[in-house]
Design a protein around this ligand. Structure first.
Ligand code: PMP
Length: 354
């Protein structure tokens, strides 16, 4: 820490991204990326001619991309906001809709960045405890008079909340934004998009990082009422008007044209996830019934940390969280069937040695 850092940031605990070690080639099942490459149309969209245009700023309005997204999701252009990864929308939303005046509530086991943004922006937030089966207790979010932030499916559990429960939360907090982070919705679960017409306080956050194989391009988007999107734009134009680079804008639009490819990738991931659940059961694991592209699992025979470390020694990376509440578990990203078979082969070996 330098002597220049101002006091309010001195105790800030930053988000820790999943590790990206370079010492050897790993089977990487630790950051919920897609195991499948970007589609051919996406690759072709970034031509040499387009790369040459990098001397020019990108369109700050991101018009072409937003038009495509609006058409695909059946909403108006004014209902769409795009960002440099969905983390940026979360950041803008915490900035715009939470603070000391309007607090926030989110689950005590969820995407780690919610707490980081809460701290960064001095938000008076509450972390509502999940039930013992790791599901969300809807009562914790009714009439709270705070901004509500829920990942659906939740991470790292993979469990979904019902649309009925989301609607109850929307109805009971008409003066607050209800942010539903649908980062993993394309792998299962039900989108709350149909509720958008009825509720102007619903803010849906999506990402290209998982189901559209573009984690490296950094692209996220939000769908909400025009007024909420205007607020996000107010923050964007006050921080970084050119938040999406030219190449990502092109890739993002091309990916929408190739939705069939991505839908098939998601279907395959969901099938592999169900296969992986069966294999995990056979190996004596308990797991939560994930709708996402990862599985949260534990085994009585080995601690979460030891299993993670032994897998790493064997060339397979999964994610282990130090949080005591979930320390028995590891989060395993669903890769290709071949990658999962490596995981299971190494797991059998590890379990036979403990
Ligand atoms: N929300 C959730 C629930 C996530 O797990 C992630 C990925 N780490 C994100 C948002 C952010 O994804 P990105 O910034 O890559 O769009």
């Amino acid at each position: 820490m330098s002597k220049f850092l101002i006091d309010k940031y001195k105790s800030l605990e930053a988000y820790t991204p999943g590790e990206q070690p370079r010492d050897m080639k790993y089977v990487k099942l630790n950051t919920n990326e897609s195991p499948y490459p970007a589609s051919k149309k996406v690759v072709d969209s970034i031509s040499a001619e387009q790369i040459e245009k990098l001397n020019l700023y990108p369109d700050p309005e991101c018009r072409e991309l937003k038009l495509k997204l609006a058409e695909y999701y059946g909403v108006e252009y004014e209902n769409i906001f795009v960002s440099n990864g969905s983390d940026e929308i979360l950041s803008f939303a915490f900035m715009a809709f939470c603070g000391e005046q309007t607090g926030a509530v989110f689950p005590n086991i969820s995407y780690g960045f919610y707490k980081v943004y809460g701290d960064l922006y001095n938000v008076d937030y509450t972390q509502a405890a999940l039930k013992s089966d790791f599901t969300i207790d809807v009562n914790d979010y009714l009439n709270v008079n705070k901004t509500v932030v829920i990942a659906n499916p939740n991470a790292p559990t993979g469990l979904s909340i019902s649309l009925d429960d989301i609607e109850k939360i929307l109805v009971s907090n008409p003066d607050n934004v209800v942010l539903i982070d649908e980062a993993y919705i394309d792998f299962g679960g039900l989108t709350c998009l149909p509720l958008l017409k009825k509720y102007d306080n619903l803010l849906i956050v999506r990402t290209y990082s998982k189901s559209r194989s573009m984690a490296g391009a950094r692209l996220g988007f939000a769908i909400s009422s025009k007024a909420v999107i205007d607020d996000l734009n107010r923050i964007k134009y006050s921080t970084n008007p050119y938040n999406i680079n030219r190449l990502t804008l092109l890739a993002g639009a091309a990916a929408i044209d190739d939705s069939e490819y991505y839908n098939n990738c998601c279907k395959t991931v969901a099938e592999t996830r169900e296969y992986a659940k069966r294999r995990l059961s056979e190996l004596g694991f308990e797991y939560l019934d994930s709708d996402a592209n990862f599985i949260f699992a534990r085994n009585d025979k080995i601690s979460g940390e030891d299993y993670y470390l032994k897998l790493k020694e064997n060339g397979v990376l999964v994610r282990h969280f130090s949080d005591q509440k979930i320390t028995d578990y590891v989060r395993i990203t669903v890769g290709t069937r071949a990658q999962m078979d490596v995981l299971f082969e190494k797991t059998e070996k590890i379990l036979s040695e403990v």
